[in-house]
Design a protein around this ligand. Structure first.
Ligand SMILES: Cc1ncc(COP(=O)(O)O)c(C=O)c1O
Length: 378
Protein backbone atom coordinates (compact mmCIF):
# COMPACT_ATOMS: atom_id res chain seq x y z
CA UNK A 1 0.00 0.00 0.00
CA UNK A 2 1.46 3.41 -0.93
CA UNK A 3 2.47 5.62 1.98
CA UNK A 4 -0.09 8.37 2.80
CA UNK A 5 2.36 11.07 1.63
CA UNK A 6 1.76 9.81 -1.93
CA UNK A 7 -1.97 10.48 -1.69
CA UNK A 8 -2.75 12.38 -4.94
CA UNK A 9 -5.21 14.57 -3.02
CA UNK A 10 -2.18 16.16 -1.37
CA UNK A 11 -0.71 18.79 -3.70
CA UNK A 12 3.03 19.36 -3.91
CA UNK A 13 4.53 21.23 -2.27
CA UNK A 14 2.51 20.98 0.95
CA UNK A 15 3.06 21.20 4.69
CA UNK A 16 0.91 18.47 6.22
CA UNK A 17 0.10 18.51 9.90
CA UNK A 18 -0.62 15.05 11.31
CA UNK A 19 -3.45 15.74 13.71
CA UNK A 20 -2.94 12.61 15.83
CA UNK A 21 0.67 13.56 16.48
CA UNK A 22 -0.24 17.11 17.50
CA UNK A 23 -2.88 15.76 19.89
CA UNK A 24 -0.33 13.35 21.40
CA UNK A 25 2.04 16.28 22.07
CA UNK A 26 -0.75 18.37 23.55
CA UNK A 27 -1.86 15.51 25.80
CA UNK A 28 1.66 15.10 27.11
CA UNK A 29 1.73 18.81 27.92
CA UNK A 30 -1.63 18.53 29.62
CA UNK A 31 -0.20 15.76 31.81
CA UNK A 32 2.72 18.02 32.77
CA UNK A 33 0.32 20.81 33.67
CA UNK A 34 -1.84 18.45 35.74
CA UNK A 35 1.18 17.03 37.55
CA UNK A 36 2.75 20.40 38.37
CA UNK A 37 0.12 23.13 38.28
CA UNK A 38 2.21 25.17 35.82
CA UNK A 39 0.49 26.73 32.83
CA UNK A 40 1.77 25.91 29.35
CA UNK A 41 1.04 28.35 26.56
CA UNK A 42 1.99 28.13 22.88
CA UNK A 43 4.74 30.38 21.56
CA UNK A 44 3.20 31.48 18.28
CA UNK A 45 6.59 32.39 16.87
CA UNK A 46 7.28 28.67 16.50
CA UNK A 47 3.90 27.42 15.34
CA UNK A 48 1.02 29.64 14.25
CA UNK A 49 -1.16 27.20 12.32
CA UNK A 50 -4.39 28.75 13.49
CA UNK A 51 -6.57 26.13 11.84
CA UNK A 52 -5.45 23.95 14.81
CA UNK A 53 -5.99 26.53 17.53
CA UNK A 54 -9.27 24.95 18.69
CA UNK A 55 -7.30 21.79 19.39
CA UNK A 56 -4.50 23.72 21.11
CA UNK A 57 -7.10 25.45 23.25
CA UNK A 58 -8.40 22.09 24.51
CA UNK A 59 -5.07 21.36 26.18
CA UNK A 60 -2.99 24.53 26.68
CA UNK A 61 -3.73 27.74 28.55
CA UNK A 62 -3.27 30.26 25.75
CA UNK A 63 -0.51 31.74 23.64
CA UNK A 64 2.47 34.04 23.78
CA UNK A 65 3.15 36.71 21.19
CA UNK A 66 6.17 38.61 19.94
CA UNK A 67 4.32 41.56 18.45
CA UNK A 68 0.87 43.06 18.00
CA UNK A 69 -0.18 40.83 15.11
CA UNK A 70 0.82 37.67 16.92
CA UNK A 71 -1.04 38.92 19.99
CA UNK A 72 -4.20 39.31 17.93
CA UNK A 73 -3.72 35.80 16.57
CA UNK A 74 -2.95 34.37 20.02
CA UNK A 75 -6.32 35.61 21.16
CA UNK A 76 -7.89 33.10 18.80
CA UNK A 77 -6.66 30.35 21.12
CA UNK A 78 -8.64 32.04 23.85
CA UNK A 79 -7.49 31.95 27.49
CA UNK A 80 -4.25 33.81 28.42
CA UNK A 81 -2.24 35.97 26.05
CA UNK A 82 1.30 37.01 26.95
CA UNK A 83 3.58 39.26 24.97
CA UNK A 84 7.25 40.03 24.89
CA UNK A 85 9.11 42.12 22.35
CA UNK A 86 12.62 43.57 22.48
CA UNK A 87 10.92 46.97 22.20
CA UNK A 88 7.30 48.09 21.94
CA UNK A 89 6.47 51.38 20.21
CA UNK A 90 4.25 53.81 22.12
CA UNK A 91 1.91 54.07 19.12
CA UNK A 92 1.06 50.36 19.19
CA UNK A 93 0.53 50.03 22.94
CA UNK A 94 -3.15 51.09 23.07
CA UNK A 95 -3.95 48.24 20.69
CA UNK A 96 -1.62 45.70 22.32
CA UNK A 97 -3.09 46.18 25.78
CA UNK A 98 -6.50 45.24 24.38
CA UNK A 99 -5.10 41.85 23.36
CA UNK A 100 -2.86 40.72 26.23
CA UNK A 101 -3.17 39.74 29.89
CA UNK A 102 0.56 39.84 30.67
CA UNK A 103 3.34 41.81 29.03
CA UNK A 104 7.09 41.57 29.61
CA UNK A 105 9.41 44.47 28.89
CA UNK A 106 13.01 44.10 27.84
CA UNK A 107 14.30 47.17 29.68
CA UNK A 108 13.39 49.31 32.65
CA UNK A 109 13.05 52.26 30.26
CA UNK A 110 10.37 50.36 28.26
CA UNK A 111 8.55 49.47 31.47
CA UNK A 112 8.51 53.10 32.60
CA UNK A 113 7.43 54.30 29.16
CA UNK A 114 4.47 51.94 28.89
CA UNK A 115 3.42 51.30 32.49
CA UNK A 116 0.55 53.78 32.63
CA UNK A 117 -1.20 52.50 29.52
CA UNK A 118 -0.79 48.92 30.82
CA UNK A 119 -2.06 49.78 34.28
CA UNK A 120 -5.14 51.52 32.84
CA UNK A 121 -5.96 48.40 30.84
CA UNK A 122 -5.30 46.09 33.80
CA UNK A 123 -2.46 44.30 32.03
CA UNK A 124 -0.04 42.56 34.37
CA UNK A 125 3.48 43.85 33.78
CA UNK A 126 6.74 41.95 33.90
CA UNK A 127 10.38 42.35 33.05
CA UNK A 128 12.45 40.04 30.95
CA UNK A 129 15.51 39.22 33.00
CA UNK A 130 18.66 37.60 31.71
CA UNK A 131 20.25 35.02 34.00
CA UNK A 132 23.39 34.98 31.80
CA UNK A 133 23.16 31.22 32.00
CA UNK A 134 23.96 29.59 28.65
CA UNK A 135 22.32 26.35 27.53
CA UNK A 136 21.63 26.80 23.81
CA UNK A 137 24.07 25.02 21.48
CA UNK A 138 23.49 27.38 18.57
CA UNK A 139 24.79 30.96 18.93
CA UNK A 140 21.93 32.25 16.75
CA UNK A 141 19.49 30.94 19.37
CA UNK A 142 21.34 31.80 22.56
CA UNK A 143 19.67 34.75 24.30
CA UNK A 144 22.10 34.52 27.21
CA UNK A 145 25.30 34.88 25.23
CA UNK A 146 27.63 37.68 26.39
CA UNK A 147 26.45 41.01 24.99
CA UNK A 148 22.90 39.78 24.35
CA UNK A 149 20.27 42.51 23.88
CA UNK A 150 17.62 40.26 25.39
CA UNK A 151 16.76 40.72 29.06
CA UNK A 152 17.94 42.77 32.03
CA UNK A 153 20.87 41.31 33.94
CA UNK A 154 20.90 41.01 37.71
CA UNK A 155 23.51 43.79 37.90
CA UNK A 156 21.34 46.12 35.80
CA UNK A 157 18.28 45.39 37.94
CA UNK A 158 19.88 46.37 41.23
CA UNK A 159 18.44 49.51 42.80
CA UNK A 160 15.64 49.94 40.21
CA UNK A 161 12.18 50.96 41.32
CA UNK A 162 10.17 47.83 40.51
CA UNK A 163 6.81 48.93 41.91
CA UNK A 164 4.03 47.57 39.63
CA UNK A 165 6.27 44.80 38.27
CA UNK A 166 4.31 41.59 38.85
CA UNK A 167 6.36 39.05 36.96
CA UNK A 168 9.71 38.04 35.54
CA UNK A 169 10.15 36.45 32.16
CA UNK A 170 13.21 34.34 31.36
CA UNK A 171 14.00 32.68 28.06
CA UNK A 172 17.33 30.89 28.03
CA UNK A 173 16.76 27.48 26.43
CA UNK A 174 16.64 26.10 22.89
CA UNK A 175 15.59 22.48 22.23
CA UNK A 176 16.78 21.59 25.73
CA UNK A 177 16.19 18.72 28.14
CA UNK A 178 14.83 18.83 31.70
CA UNK A 179 18.32 19.01 33.20
CA UNK A 180 18.88 22.31 31.38
CA UNK A 181 15.60 23.56 32.86
CA UNK A 182 16.87 22.54 36.30
CA UNK A 183 20.19 24.36 35.82
CA UNK A 184 18.39 27.42 34.48
CA UNK A 185 16.06 27.47 37.48
CA UNK A 186 19.05 27.26 39.82
CA UNK A 187 20.64 30.21 38.03
CA UNK A 188 17.39 32.18 38.22
CA UNK A 189 17.04 31.42 41.92
CA UNK A 190 20.61 32.42 42.69
CA UNK A 191 20.31 35.73 40.90
CA UNK A 192 16.71 36.78 41.24
CA UNK A 193 14.99 35.00 44.17
CA UNK A 194 15.31 38.08 46.38
CA UNK A 195 12.69 39.69 44.10
CA UNK A 196 10.30 36.69 44.20
CA UNK A 197 8.28 37.74 47.29
CA UNK A 198 7.06 40.81 45.36
CA UNK A 199 6.17 38.89 42.19
CA UNK A 200 3.02 37.05 41.16
CA UNK A 201 4.26 35.14 38.14
CA UNK A 202 7.36 33.70 36.57
CA UNK A 203 7.42 32.87 32.87
CA UNK A 204 10.16 30.33 32.12
CA UNK A 205 10.12 30.91 28.37
CA UNK A 206 10.46 28.26 25.69
CA UNK A 207 13.02 25.71 24.64
CA UNK A 208 11.64 22.94 26.90
CA UNK A 209 11.56 20.13 24.33
CA UNK A 210 9.37 17.85 26.44
CA UNK A 211 7.79 16.08 23.46
CA UNK A 212 11.12 14.82 22.11
CA UNK A 213 11.60 11.08 22.36
CA UNK A 214 13.71 10.35 25.46
CA UNK A 215 12.93 13.61 27.28
CA UNK A 216 12.71 12.89 31.00
CA UNK A 217 9.20 14.09 31.85
CA UNK A 218 9.32 12.69 35.38
CA UNK A 219 12.43 14.71 36.05
CA UNK A 220 10.84 17.89 34.67
CA UNK A 221 7.79 17.33 36.88
CA UNK A 222 10.03 16.82 39.91
CA UNK A 223 12.05 19.97 39.14
CA UNK A 224 8.95 22.10 38.65
CA UNK A 225 7.24 20.71 41.74
CA UNK A 226 10.32 21.32 43.89
CA UNK A 227 10.43 24.88 42.64
CA UNK A 228 6.72 25.42 43.20
CA UNK A 229 6.99 24.00 46.72
CA UNK A 230 9.56 26.68 47.55
CA UNK A 231 7.60 29.53 45.96
CA UNK A 232 3.94 28.50 46.11
CA UNK A 233 2.69 32.03 45.48
CA UNK A 234 4.31 32.19 42.04
CA UNK A 235 2.20 31.35 39.00
CA UNK A 236 4.69 29.49 36.80
CA UNK A 237 4.28 29.58 33.04
CA UNK A 238 6.16 27.75 30.28
CA UNK A 239 5.85 28.94 26.68
CA UNK A 240 7.27 26.35 24.31
CA UNK A 241 6.89 26.62 20.55
CA UNK A 242 8.93 23.78 19.03
CA UNK A 243 7.76 21.23 21.58
CA UNK A 244 4.11 21.75 20.65
CA UNK A 245 4.67 20.98 16.98
CA UNK A 246 7.68 18.66 17.35
CA UNK A 247 7.54 15.77 14.86
CA UNK A 248 3.95 16.52 13.88
CA UNK A 249 4.24 16.45 10.12
CA UNK A 250 6.31 16.80 6.97
CA UNK A 251 6.87 19.18 4.11
CA UNK A 252 6.10 17.20 0.97
CA UNK A 253 8.00 18.23 -2.15
CA UNK A 254 8.49 16.87 -5.64
CA UNK A 255 11.48 16.44 -7.95
CA UNK A 256 11.20 18.72 -10.99
CA UNK A 257 14.54 17.97 -12.66
CA UNK A 258 17.83 16.18 -12.05
CA UNK A 259 21.05 17.90 -13.13
CA UNK A 260 24.67 16.80 -12.92
CA UNK A 261 27.71 18.63 -11.54
CA UNK A 262 30.15 16.59 -9.48
CA UNK A 263 27.30 14.13 -8.99
CA UNK A 264 23.55 14.28 -9.44
CA UNK A 265 21.48 17.10 -7.98
CA UNK A 266 17.71 16.75 -7.74
CA UNK A 267 15.93 20.10 -8.15
CA UNK A 268 12.78 20.29 -6.03
CA UNK A 269 9.60 22.36 -6.19
CA UNK A 270 10.41 23.95 -2.82
CA UNK A 271 13.11 26.36 -1.74
CA UNK A 272 15.21 25.69 1.35
CA UNK A 273 15.72 29.39 2.00
CA UNK A 274 12.05 30.26 1.48
CA UNK A 275 10.30 27.28 3.05
CA UNK A 276 12.62 25.83 5.70
CA UNK A 277 15.09 28.66 6.34
CA UNK A 278 16.36 27.27 9.67
CA UNK A 279 18.07 24.53 7.67
CA UNK A 280 20.41 27.22 6.31
CA UNK A 281 20.35 29.63 9.27
CA UNK A 282 20.88 27.23 12.15
CA UNK A 283 22.14 25.24 10.18
CA UNK A 284 20.86 21.67 10.44
CA UNK A 285 20.31 18.66 8.26
CA UNK A 286 16.62 17.80 7.92
CA UNK A 287 15.58 14.15 7.90
CA UNK A 288 14.15 12.82 4.68
CA UNK A 289 11.84 9.83 4.65
CA UNK A 290 13.56 6.69 3.27
CA UNK A 291 16.91 8.49 2.85
CA UNK A 292 20.20 8.03 4.69
CA UNK A 293 23.54 9.79 4.94
CA UNK A 294 25.61 10.00 1.73
CA UNK A 295 26.70 6.61 0.38
CA UNK A 296 24.90 4.55 3.03
CA UNK A 297 22.39 3.50 0.37
CA UNK A 298 23.20 2.83 -3.30
CA UNK A 299 22.27 6.19 -4.88
CA UNK A 300 23.58 9.48 -3.52
CA UNK A 301 22.18 12.89 -4.52
CA UNK A 302 22.32 16.48 -3.48
CA UNK A 303 18.93 18.17 -3.32
CA UNK A 304 18.47 21.72 -4.54
CA UNK A 305 15.75 24.30 -3.99
CA UNK A 306 13.96 26.06 -6.81
CA UNK A 307 15.37 29.57 -6.26
CA UNK A 308 18.28 31.48 -7.75
CA UNK A 309 20.29 31.35 -4.49
CA UNK A 310 23.42 29.27 -5.05
CA UNK A 311 23.28 28.07 -1.46
CA UNK A 312 19.65 26.96 -1.72
CA UNK A 313 20.82 23.39 -1.56
CA UNK A 314 20.99 20.51 0.90
CA UNK A 315 23.93 18.25 1.54
CA UNK A 316 24.10 14.72 0.16
CA UNK A 317 21.52 12.05 0.96
CA UNK A 318 21.43 8.48 -0.28
CA UNK A 319 18.44 6.48 -1.47
CA UNK A 320 17.86 2.77 -2.17
CA UNK A 321 16.63 3.45 -5.72
CA UNK A 322 17.58 6.10 -8.29
CA UNK A 323 15.47 9.25 -7.94
CA UNK A 324 13.05 10.16 -10.69
CA UNK A 325 11.44 13.36 -11.89
CA UNK A 326 7.93 13.60 -10.41
CA UNK A 327 8.85 11.57 -7.33
CA UNK A 328 7.99 12.97 -3.91
CA UNK A 329 10.61 13.87 -1.31
CA UNK A 330 9.25 14.02 2.22
CA UNK A 331 11.07 16.29 4.69
CA UNK A 332 10.27 15.11 8.20
CA UNK A 333 9.37 17.35 11.15
CA UNK A 334 8.61 20.51 9.22
CA UNK A 335 5.83 22.08 11.31
CA UNK A 336 7.78 24.33 13.68
CA UNK A 337 9.65 27.46 12.58
CA UNK A 338 8.77 26.78 8.93
CA UNK A 339 5.31 28.12 8.04
CA UNK A 340 5.93 31.10 10.35
CA UNK A 341 9.14 32.01 8.50
CA UNK A 342 8.36 31.39 4.84
CA UNK A 343 8.79 34.01 2.14
CA UNK A 344 7.73 34.44 -1.46
CA UNK A 345 11.37 34.85 -2.54
CA UNK A 346 11.75 34.47 -6.32
CA UNK A 347 7.99 33.98 -6.55
CA UNK A 348 8.58 30.28 -5.94
CA UNK A 349 5.25 28.58 -5.31
CA UNK A 350 4.47 28.66 -1.60
CA UNK A 351 3.62 25.22 -0.17
CA UNK A 352 -0.04 24.56 0.52
CA UNK A 353 -1.09 23.72 4.08
CA UNK A 354 -3.10 20.64 4.93
CA UNK A 355 -4.10 18.39 7.79
CA UNK A 356 -4.02 14.61 7.89
CA UNK A 357 -6.96 13.94 10.18
CA UNK A 358 -6.89 11.24 12.82
CA UNK A 359 -9.07 9.00 10.64
CA UNK A 360 -6.58 9.22 7.75
CA UNK A 361 -8.60 11.73 5.70
CA UNK A 362 -6.63 14.61 4.18
CA UNK A 363 -8.03 18.16 4.41
CA UNK A 364 -6.48 20.82 2.23
CA UNK A 365 -6.63 23.95 4.40
CA UNK A 366 -4.94 26.58 2.27
CA UNK A 367 -3.36 27.00 -1.14
CA UNK A 368 -1.40 30.08 -2.12
CA UNK A 369 -1.88 31.94 -5.35
CA UNK A 370 -0.30 34.66 -7.45
CA UNK A 371 -2.65 37.10 -5.65
CA UNK A 372 -1.02 36.20 -2.31
CA UNK A 373 2.40 36.91 -3.81
CA UNK A 374 1.10 40.19 -5.22
CA UNK A 375 -0.40 41.10 -1.84
CA UNK A 376 3.00 40.95 -0.15
CA UNK A 377 4.37 43.57 -2.54
CA UNK A 378 3.25 46.86 -3.93
C1 LIG B 1 10.81 34.65 24.47
C2 LIG B 1 10.62 33.32 23.83
N1 LIG B 1 9.68 32.49 24.31
C3 LIG B 1 9.45 31.27 23.75
C4 LIG B 1 10.18 30.84 22.67
C5 LIG B 1 9.87 29.51 22.07
O1 LIG B 1 10.97 28.66 22.10
P1 LIG B 1 10.90 27.18 21.54
O2 LIG B 1 10.18 27.21 20.27
O3 LIG B 1 12.33 26.79 21.40
O4 LIG B 1 10.19 26.39 22.58
C6 LIG B 1 11.17 31.68 22.12
C7 LIG B 1 11.97 31.25 20.97
O5 LIG B 1 12.78 31.94 20.45
C8 LIG B 1 11.40 32.96 22.72
O6 LIG B 1 12.31 33.81 22.22
Amino acid sequence: MPHWTNNPAIPSPCYVLEEAKLIANLKLMQDVQNATGVDIILALKGFSMWSCFDLVSNYLQGGTASALWEAKLAKRIGKQVHAFSPAFKAAEMPEIVQEVDHISFNSVAQFLLHKDVCAQANVSMGLRVNPEHQEADTPLYDPCAPGSRLGITAAQLKGQDLRDVEGFHIHALCECDSYATERMLNAIETQFSSYFPKLKWLNLGGGHLMTKHGYNIEHLVRVLNNFKAKYPHLHVILEPGSAVAWQTGPLIAEIVDIVENNGPIAILDISVTAHMPDVLEMPYRPSIKDAQEADELAFTYRLGGNSCLAGDVLPEYSFAEPLEVGQRIVFEDMMHYTMVKTSFFNGVQHPAIGILRQDGKFDLIREFTYEDFLGRLS
